[in-house]
Design a protein around this ligand. Structure first.
Ligand code: PTJ
Length: 248
């Protein structure tokens, strides 16, 4: 990777760009993943590049939901693996949950490369290669999934989702949790729980809450999930952003 001086005021942001660009050169990230990353950066600017209270609350309730799940699955794509592969594996181990590679721009080669990348990082079993099931009512490659993974999951965490799949997964009766910096996206408005935060902060923060809530009674965790109001949370995010902009 190019050497970015640590003293640069935008060091962290530039470092993430380097990671994404490096992963694209390795064939892990699709070229349009760079554009998606840029859109994410713009929204991250608007929230101050920090985990805001609404996101912290969503991360806490996500941990509660994942701890109540029978077959929780974390769905990862090129961007997520480029930015937060270790964090995803740590989270999956702490729940425990399965990790499945599910791509919008799916090719067998990229699926294999991403699976290998996760295995190199210490994950023994990675789903997504079998593709022996289909998400109904979804017209593109993201419909391909594993019977034992996404297809039979009850709760699915989907960082960098697209709205279509989110809707199709919900139609299957699953609880869908999305991580999306864009609170206006169809995904953000369709998911049961939306985390408006950067995956690089969101994933370790969910793990933090998993460890805090691990020994809590299931009824208490279920109550937290049942009383979650995603629409209100999104309104709070809009209000946060507009107040922040007005105060600048
Ligand atoms: O690896 P593939 O083939 O599955 O392709 C993945 C991309 C990202 C190209 C594909 O899913 C895509 O086109 O995504 P979209 O529709 O552009 O949506 C990406 C959303 O994720 C946007 O709303 C961004 O704001 C958001 N986003 C981007 N980077 C981050 C993010 N949200 C959280 N953390 C990020 N780092």
């Amino acid at each position: 990777m190019d050497k970015i001086p640590k003293s640069h005021p935008r060091y962290h942001s530039l470092f993430l760009r380097e990671k994404i660009s490096h992963a694209m050169k390795k064939g892990l990230v699709h070229e349009t993943g760079l554009i998606a990353h840029g859109r994410g950066e713009a929204f991250d600017y608007l929230i101050g590049e920090k985990t805001i209270l609404s996101a912290e609350n969503a991360e806490k309730v996500t941990a509660a939901a994942l701890l109540c799940a029978v077959n929780p699955v974390i769905s990862v794509n090129g961007n997520v693996v480029a930015l937060a592969k270790k964090e995803c594996i740590d989270l999956a181990k702490s729940i425990p949950a399965k990790i499945e590679v599910n791509l919008f721009h799916r090719t067998d080669q990229r699926i294999k490369k991403i699976i290998n990348e996760l295995k190199k990082q210490g994950l023994n079993k990675v789903y997504g290669n079998k593709a022996d099931a289909l998400i109904p009512d979804l017209d593109h490659n993201r419909a391909l999934c594993d019977k034992e993974g996404i297809f039979s999951s009850d709760i699915i965490l989907v960082p960098l989702e697209d709205g279509d799949r989110c809707q199709a997964l919900k139609k299957m009766g699953k609880i869908v949790i999305a991580i999306d910096l864009n609170p206006l996206s169809r995904t953000a408005r369709t998911a049961d729980i939306t985390i408006v935060d950067n995956v690089i902060r969101a994933i370790p923060n969910i793990e933090k809450w998993v460890n805090i809530l691990k020994n809590e009674k299931k009824e208490i965790l279920k109550d937290m999930v049942d009383s979650w109001d995603n629409e209100k949370m999104l309104k709070d995010v809009f209000s946060f952003i507009s107040k922040r902009l007005n105060s600048l």
